[in-house]
Each structure stands twice: as structure tokens, then as C-alpha cells.
Design a binder for this molecule. Structure first.
Ligand code: PHE
Length: 337
């Protein structure tokens, strides 16, 4: 009995098989239980001998089954660990990394330059009222300058903003006539242009505004010169040409020395050595007044630039549409910059 039990334990290869052996030998209907149950029919002398032997055999079988159980569990564990091993020396899969859009990058670069000069960033709605977009900027309804800005109207009184100047009005009004104001306003603007290499019906502007006591045109020039040097290099120069905007007086177009030829004359600057980058001027007293600032006490300057144009000049991009068509061959060139 003992020997057959031992071979069967030996041969059992799984938990289930071993369990069957256990039931077979140690269970209620197994041979040992039967022997112990039949003790009554034995003689007085035989009883302790047979009893002892049967118990010894039962214990031995139980012990062996326990040992075997452990071996099987151990084996199962090893098997599982083997299946779950990770080879840490295998080369990993390359994660495709994107990069920030060149326009975002230039916006942030410009923002950083002005933040460095103490400006704050202000934002406002892209859907704007006629009042903030035109009226409060000294462009009354019949003003011919409104023809210059062919606009996307939503209703007669509401339109897609044509510049970020309305943000400057909103900011001034929030100050209750008390300076200083020192902000730049980055954001999308909309004009009814046919898209081509240099025009887009939607583009990005950054406008700036400083209002305080004793602000003069030399402050404007200093801020813009510093901006040009930070943006295009220490050698950059600027020049102001007289111009006209209804909301500034006097007004100027601002040129930067051509960064391609350093003033020698080339295709980019059409041999003039200069490239126009922004419009600027001293805030018109009427605009200050309409926004709640006393023009006898406060003066200010404002400027506005197209970010795409600044980026195109900086990186030698020839078509503004590249910014919006999401061609990866274009976008990936800015990966490591
Ligand atoms: N708002 C003008 C534009 O959209 C730019 C500008 C801003 C000019 C401030 C002068 C002063 O073209």
C-alpha cells in the first residue's frame, strides 16, 4: 500500500493529480480509514500494532504529499516568473516627439523680450464690437480709414477684430484713468484679404501700449530699438518714417536694418538696406480721453506688429501660408531651434 502510494505521489505532476492521490489514500473512503475502522474485529494484541502501523503510514503519506505540493507550487512560480521576464537590454521603441509651432515660438520670444522690459500681457476677445475695434480708436463711422480695413462683419455692430488695439482700449478703461499702463497684446486678427505669399485673412499681431506721465517719443524709440536688438541681434538699427494712423499722433512706420545683408542691399530688402516691421506712434489725445485718461496729465505710445512677418524675416520664410498648412517638412525644421 505504502509503495504504490509513494509511486503515485511521485508521478503526480499537477495540483489536481496530487489532490486525487490525497483523496484516494487519505480520504474517508481510502484504505487507511478502512483499516482503522475495522479495528474492532481485531484481537487485543493486534489492535495497537496495526493501529500504530496504519497511523505511521498515514503520516508518512501526508508528509510526502505536503512536500510534493510545495514542489509543484515552486515549479508553477518559476514557470510564471519565466514567462513574465522583461529583457531590459532590448532597445526601446522610439517615441515620436513633436515641437512647438514656429509661430508660437516667435510669439513667446517676443513676449519674453517685452516682459524683460516690464510689460504685462493682456488679452481680449477675437469677436469684437464696432465700438472697441474702431470707434474708441478715433475711427468714427464715416472715417475713410475704415475702408482700409476690409473686415469680417458678423452683424452691423459686431465683427472679427481687425487688430489687437481694442485690447488696449479695454485695458485702459479698466484702469479708471490711473496710470501707468504697460502692456503688450498678442492675438489673432482677421482681415478680408485674399490669401497669397504675404497676405492671410487671419494672422497674429502683437501690439504694445505704454501710458504714464511724461512719456515721450524717445521712450518709444528706445523700447523699439531694444526689441530689434534682442530679436535680430545687437547690430540691428531702427529708423522711423512719418506715417498716419487715426489713433496715434504723430505716427510712424518703423524699419529695422536688413538682417540678411546688414544694410548692403539685397533681394530681401529690395536693395534699400531697411525692412518695415511695425507701425507706431504717440497715443492720440482723443483716444486717451475716450478711455478715461486725462490727456493733459498722461501721454503714451503704442505700436503694432505682425508676428508672421517678424518670423518670416527672422527665419527666411518666403510664404506666410507655410504657417497654416501644417506640412511636417516645414514644421520639423524648427525642432532643434
Ligand atoms: N493697429 C495698427 C494696425 O492694426 C497697428 C498700430 C498699433 C499702429 C499701434 C500704430 C500704433 O495696423
Amino acid at each position: 500500500l505504502k509503495d504504490t502510494a509513494l509511486t503515485e505521489i511521485e508521478q503526480a505532476n499537477s495540483k489536481q493529480e496530487l489532490n486525487q492521490v490525497k483523496v484516494k489514500y487519505l480520504g474517508k473512503k481510502g484504505p487507511i480509514t478502512e483499516i482503522l475502522r475495522g479495528m474492532g474485529s481485531l484481537s487485543k494484541e493486534e489492535r495497537p500494532l496495526i493501529g500504530k502501523l496504519a497511523n505511521e503510514i498515514r503520516e508518512e503519506i501526508a508528509k510526502l504529499i505536503n512536500e510534493k505540493e510545495e514542489t509543484i507550487a515552486q515549479k508553477a512560480l518559476e514557470e510564471r516568473l519565466k514567462q513574465e521576464t522583461i529583457d531590459v537590454t532590448l532597445p526601446g521603441k522610439k517615441v515620436l516627439k513633436g515641437n512647438r509651432h514656429p509661430l508660437t515660438r516667435v510669439i513667446e520670444e517676443i513676449e519674453d523680450i517685452f516682459i524683460g522690459m516690464g510689460f504685462e500681457i493682456a488679452e481680449g476677445p477675437e469677436v469684437e464690437s464696432d465700438y472697441y475695434n474702431f470707434e474708441a480708436l478715433n475711427l468714427p463711422k464715416e472715417h475713410p480709414a475704415r475702408d482700409m480695413q476690409d473686415s469680417f462683419y458678423i452683424t452691423e455692430e459686431v465683427l472679427m477684430r481687425t487688430h489687437t488695439s481694442p485690447v488696449q482700449i479695454r485695458t485702459m478703461k479698466s484702469k479708471n484713468g490711473i496710470g501707468p499702463v504697460k502692456i503688450i497684446c498678442p492675438g489673432k486678427v482677421y482681415r478680408r484679404d485674399d490669401d497669397d505669399a504675404t497676405h492671410s485673412h487671419q494672422f497674429t499681431q502683437i501690439e504694445g501700449l505704454v501710458v504714464d506721465e511724461h512719456i515721450t517719443m524717445s521712450d518709444l524709440k528706445g523700447v523699439l530699438l531694444n526689441f530689434a536688438k534682442k530679436m535680430y541681434g545687437e547690430k540691428a538699427k531702427i529708423r522711423l518714417r512719418p506715417s498716419f494712423f487715426p489713433f496715434t499722433e504723430p505716427s510712424a512706420e518703423v524699419d529695422v536694418s536688413c538682417m540678411m545683408c546688414g544694410g548692403e542691399g539685397c533681394r530681401v530688402c529690395k536693395n534699400t538696406g531697411w525692412i518695415e516691421i511695425l507701425g507706431a506712434g504717440m497715443v492720440h489725445p482723443r483716444v486717451l480721453e475716450m478711455s478715461g485718461f486725462d490727456p493733459e496729465r498722461y501721454t503714451g505710445f503704442a505700436f503694432g506688429m505682425g508676428v508672421e512677418r517678424i518670423a518670416m524675416l527672422k527665419y527666411g520664410i518666403e510664404d506666410i501660408r507655410h504657417f497654416y498648412t501644417n506640412d511636417l517638412r516645414f514644421l520639423e525644421q524648427f525642432k532643434r531651434m
